[in-house]
Ligand binder design. Structure first.
Ligand code: BGC
Length: 364
């Protein structure tokens, strides 16, 4: 997918201006300047979302190559001990910046503290490590992600003529700050419908570690408790959405289900009419933003154009490069193929060619 795409103007593309960067690259390199070497630890290889290896990994690689930065990208495979071991290795191999997607705030904070003590710059990528005190955070507006999901569910139910609906919420990991923010967003949008009695919440559970397999068991439990009377599902990402769709299908039901990450599976579920929407978060922009910050850290620069986010554990602000998410429905899936985010051949496999054509997606 992304390899090399938009790779060229990596710093410009992020919209980040790095004060004084041009001047210092010519001469007078400040004493603080080091040759950037970025270590990245990704969280898992698909148990929670395929995004990390399918999208983020190649996007980060392209961003570092374009910025001419040395890098080492590894995956903790959902294992906190391995996460720690990789961090130790990276610190001893001399990274100047450590970028992490934490598995939870406790283990993430321990790693950030070690890096900080070793004088290494730190970046939280996608997930804010509560209590971690990273130098920078790069992510999307995650409350906005949740709002798109809540609004998307309401739109799909309304389009289906459902004014009264029983809703199940299948939330992300209780130890991922993003899951908290997504829920804040969708509960805010659904509140009026719950308050008026139009919608009834018949289930609301979190999925430990976003585990897509366990999600199916958890959803099955809530579905059974609700006596199978479910009209809509707020699932926090495509993997959780697919778990819900499996149970619904086994029971002969098709109802609006939300998602996130614009994965091939999620997009195919949308084309097949089994999923109502997903949220597209362009990982190339996220990776470009992170690469620009890593360069800034190595050069002792102060990037401008950043906001802040409050770490709810320490009440301290963390410098935040915030990106905007986008809702995807059957009406605009096409855009992701046109922009080359997803390949026609990956999305429009034999079983989906007709649905692709119906959605205006044609072979290149
Ligand atoms: C990310 C989502 C992802 C989930 C599971 C969250 O922190 O923002 O994009 O689906 O983790 O990996």
């Amino acid at each position: 997918m992304h390899k090399g795409i938009r790779a060229v103007a990596v710093l410009a593309a992020t919209g980040l201006a790095i004060t004084g960067l041009a001047a210092c690259s010519k001469s007078n390199t400040p004493a603080a300047s080091k040759t950037p070497f970025v270590g990245v630890i990704l969280p898992d290889s698909g148990q929670t979302s395929v995004r990390w290896e399918t999208n983020d990994h190649p996007a980060l690689e392209a961003a570092f190559k374009a910025a001419n930065v040395k890098y080492d990208i590894q995956n903790a495979n959902n294992d906190k001990t391995r996460f720690q071991t990789i961090a130790d290795q990276m610190i001893s191999e001399g990274v100047t910046v450590l970028m992490i997607v934490d598995l939870d705030s406790g283990s993430g904070s321990a790693v950030l503290k070690k890096a900080h003590d070793a004088g290494i710059g730190t970046i939280d990528y996608d997930r804010l490590t509560l209590g971690g005190g990273a130098d920078y955070y790069v992510s999307f507006d995650n409350v906005a992600v949740g709002k798109l999901q809540g609004d998307g569910l309401i739109s799909c139910l309304t389009a289906a003529g459902k004014t009264k609906a029983n809703i199940i919420e299948l939330n992300g990991s209780p130890t991922d700050n993003n899951a908290t923010l997504f829920k804040q967003g969708y509960d805010q949008e659904l509140k009026a419908k719950y308050d008026s009695g139009d919608y009834t919440k018949v289930g609301d559970q979190s999925v430990p570690g976003w585990d897509n397999t366990q999600a199916q068991t958890i959803f099955q439990g809530m579905f059974t408790t609700a006596g199978g009377k479910v009209d809509g599902v707020l699932a926090a990402n495509d993997g959780l959405g697919n778990a819900a769709i499996n149970v619904l299908s086994q029971n002969g039901l098709t109802v609006p289900v939300t998602g996130q990450d614009a994965t091939v599976q999620g997009l195919q579920n949308i084309l097949a009419g089994k999923q109502c929407m997903t949220v597209f978060k362009d990982q190339q922009l996220e990776a470009n933003g992170a690469a620009a910050l890593a360069v800034a850290l190595a050069n002792g620069q102060t990037p401008s154009g950043l906001g802040t986010i409050t770490d709810t554990q320490t009440n301290q602000p963390v410098k935040f490069k915030q990106l905007a998410p986008q809702a995807i429905t059957k009406d605009n899936v096409k855009q992701l193929v046109t922009s080359n985010y997803v390949k026609y051949s990956d999305l429009c496999t034999a079983a989906f060619v007709a649905a692709c054509t119906a959605a205006g997606i044609t072979a290149p």
